[in-house]
Design a protein around this ligand. Sequence first.
Ligand SMILES: [Fe+2]
Ligand SMILES: [Fe+2]
Length: 194
Amino acid sequence: MNSFEEYIKKNLSKPRYEHSVSVAETAKKIGEGLGLPDRDITELYTAGLCHDIAKELPKDEQAKIIEKHQTLSEDDKISRSTLHQLAGAYLARELFGINDRIFGMIRYHCTGSPDMTLCEKIIFISDYIEPLREHKSCVLLREYFIKRKLDTRLIDLTALKCCKRTLDLLSAKGYPIHPLTVQTYEKLKKIAYE
Ligand SMILES: [Fe+2]
Ligand SMILES: [Fe+2]
């Protein structure tokens, strides 16, 4: 067990710890399947372990972690359920000195971003399709992903479906939608129909 895993095992609830390990394993497997270099595989695994590191902290505490480093954007103020992505990235940097690539993978794991790198997209989709997710839409998305040939196009198409699912779910519940998710959806839609 590496130091990241030891930290999350000690500081997160059991289900969140297990979800984090599962995201790390899923992201690693996808990275390996795509033939990514060892550095990317290691970073994907680390980002998976750390992605929800701030999720169980009170929202005000999450906001405080962010405000130590930058002003909270209006978008982040509206969409408080996604605060933990940026708070988690800063917290992982404070605790472990993670590099900018891992920072980005944690930073966009729930909203997505129109300019996501391949590894950021892998963490984004792994958070949805990891095998412990039982929600029907996650199961369907996982089946969609597993049954197809693994390439970067499949990563884009799956990320597009993740965005669509988030947008549908949030609208149905009347919850605030982070503009980054809408922007990511629009960008991926363009790529999908190229
Ligand atoms: Fe999360
Ligand atoms: Fe997660």
